[in-house]
Design a protein around this ligand. Structure first.
Ligand code: NAG
Ligand code: NAG
Length: 530
């Protein structure tokens, strides 16, 4: 009895409290739905509108801009909910962040991909031919691919297409031991071989080694292929060479196959480059780990810096450090003149003005600042040790302190097993750069080429191509105020941010760099895919 009396006694003030509080601002905002009064809808009570007014007014003092939003919100949805409160609070907190982000957002903004998506629908003839050809056991193509990992990658793409053109089975490509790097990795150390075979099963038969019937005969080494080779040329010159042994061996594939092939073969190039060539599991695992460590710091830019000694020697350019370093490069060039690639009669300045020199750290810093990279931008830099060591990177480090490479991000011992495996290291850089928000190479090259196509396929992720020739006069003009310099440089790069570009709009473009129109379509041009 005493208990129920107590309850009854307590229940009276509780009701009073709840009815009182339901008309208070606090309760209106926090839990109005729980109010037991249902006599009049909330929005018909004058008190409600008074409170709304007070609320709007006080918030307006905090942030004038939200008054309009708030009141229009009230008119649209006059039932008060908990969501209402959180909405106000969220927006209040958000406004500061928006202001902070405003200056950063421009740099991380992605180009308009114009709705282009990968489309690799092969023609019926292509697929029919695949089925018939799968039975052939008389032709085997062996290839040796050379250079660094990215260079080898491009040659593997063309090797698959050549095998397809010749109707031959492709023996898993041999990666030639690199003279400079001494990396003895084999195909399956770098790439996922099972995946490669599986993805290309309907395009080209891929075998791990020559069948025993063909092993006895020694493969005949071909002379160097001419440039711009067409499918017709390949069939006319190579098909009969299978007659004896059934095997031919090709090397020196670099840029030999024509950039302009029938649409199906262009699609095959894309299929190899963007689908079949997946890195081997241990590489992917470590690459993804390093990506996550980079990503945990926020959005990031991947920079491919080409500042190694051999790059300065080969390009005939100078590193822009001290005269001592210029002397090192000049001596090296005198000792090994064959290293210097074409146009050797141009002076250093002529080369630089022609846009043929890699950007040094100071150039890259100024370029990035002009393009709006915020000071707190995370930067992952890919590439080998620069001439001059860490000092050569100082201009970048001073402007962008969040500056890391794979060695900085790896845990002790993580990279050690691969210290002498340049291809493994290049693959790690590739993965982190592929996953970046923005990518920029300091000089052209195979990595930039491969990534440009890959990032296009992923929806035209921002890829800055420095316009060296046009910007250099401004780099050299010391009387140009910084604001003006930035504006000019920004203008010169408006169309060099990785937007979709038609491969066919300029001669000599590779489909693995410009996948539109053969390998990517949007609703507007989907007819070109047939
Ligand atoms: C460099 O050599 C080429 C021919 O090899 C010539 O056409 C060109 O004019 C030369 N350039 C200079 C700057 O001497
Ligand atoms: C450098 O920039 C200034 C300011 O825009 C301009 O007046 C001057 O002509 C430029 N000098 C050269 C060599 O282009």
């Amino acid at each position: 009895m005493a208990k129920s009396k107590m309850q009854a006694y307590i229940s009276v003030p509780a009701q009073i409290i709840s009815s009182l509080s339901s008309s208070s601002l606090q309760s209106l905002l926090v839990s109005p739905n729980k109010s037991p009064m249902k006599k009049k809808p909330l929005w018909k009570r004058p008190m409600f509108w008074f409170l709304c007014f007070v609320l709007c007014f006080s918030l307006a003092i905090l942030k004038i801009g939200f008054l309009w939003f708030l009141c229009s919100f009230l008119h649209q949805d006059s039932s008060l909910t908990n969501g209402f409160v959180t909405k106000i609070e969220n927006n209040g907190g958000f406004s500061k962040k928006v202001e902070e982000k405003q200056e950063l957002s421009g740099f991380w903004e992605q180009p308009d991909g114009l709705g282009y998506r990968p489309c690799l629908d092969f023609t019926r003839e292509y697929n029919k031919w695949s089925k018939e050809n799968a039975k052939d056991r008389t032709k085997y193509l062996m290839v040796v691919v050379t250079g660094g990992m990215n260079q080898q990658r491009n040659q593997i793409v063309d090797a698959v297409v050549i095998a397809r053109i010749l109707g031959a089975a492709l023996v898993v490509p041999n990666l030639q031991v690199n003279v400079i790097w001494g990396d003895e990795s084999e195909f399956s150390d770098i790439f996922d071989l099972d995946h490669f075979k599986k993805v290309l099963a309907n395009d080209v038969r891929i075998v791990s080694s020559l069948p025993s019937a063909h092993l006895m005969s020694r493969p005949v080494e071909e002379r160097r292929m001419p440039v711009n080779v067409t499918p017709q040329w390949l069939r006319a010159n190579y098909l009969r060479k299978f007659k004896g042994d059934g095997v031919i061996l090709l090397r020196g594939l670099e840029s030999k196959l024509s950039k302009d092939l029938p649409s199906d073969l262009q699609k095959l190039r894309c299929k190899v480059a963007f689908q079949a060539l997946k890195f081997a599991a241990p590489i992917l695992e470590l690459g993804n780990k390093i990506t996550e460590r980079m990503r945990s710091k926020g959005p990031y830019l991947a920079l491919h810096l080409r500042m190694e000694q051999d790059v300065w020697v080969r390009t005939g350019c100078l590193p822009g450090l001290t005269p001592d370093y210029d002397e090192i490069i000049r001596n090296e060039r005198k000792l090994r003149p064959w290293l210097l690639t074409s146009k050797s009669n141009m002076t250093y300045n002529e080369r630089k003005l022609a846009g043929l020199c890699p950007l040094n750290a100071l150039d890259v810093t100024r370029l990035l600042k002009a393009l709006g990279a915020p000071k707190n931008a995370g930067i992952y830099w890919a590439g080998g040790n620069p001439l001059g060591g860490k000092d050569a990177l100082l201009p970048l480090l001073r402007e962008f302190p969040n500056f890391y490479n794979k060695q900085d991000l790896a845990l002790p011992g993580e990279l050690e097993p691969y210290a002498n495996k340049a291809s493994f290291m290049a693959a790690i850089d590739y993965i982190v750069a592929e996953n970046s928000d923005v990518f920029m190479p300091s000089h052209g090259g195979n990595m930039g080429h491969a990534l440009q196509g890959q990032r296009a396929c992923a929806g035209h992720k921002k890829h800055i191509t420095p316009n060296k020739r046009l910007t250099l006069p401004y780099f050299l003009n010391n009387s140009l105020p910084e604001a003006e310099f930035n504006q000019i440089v920004m203008g010169l790069h408006r169309d060099s941010l990785g937007q979709p570009e038609l491969r066919t709009s300029k001669a000599g473009r590779a489909v693995t760099k410009y996948p539109v129109p053969e390998c990517m379509c949007n609703d507007r041009n989907s007819h070109t895919s047939s």
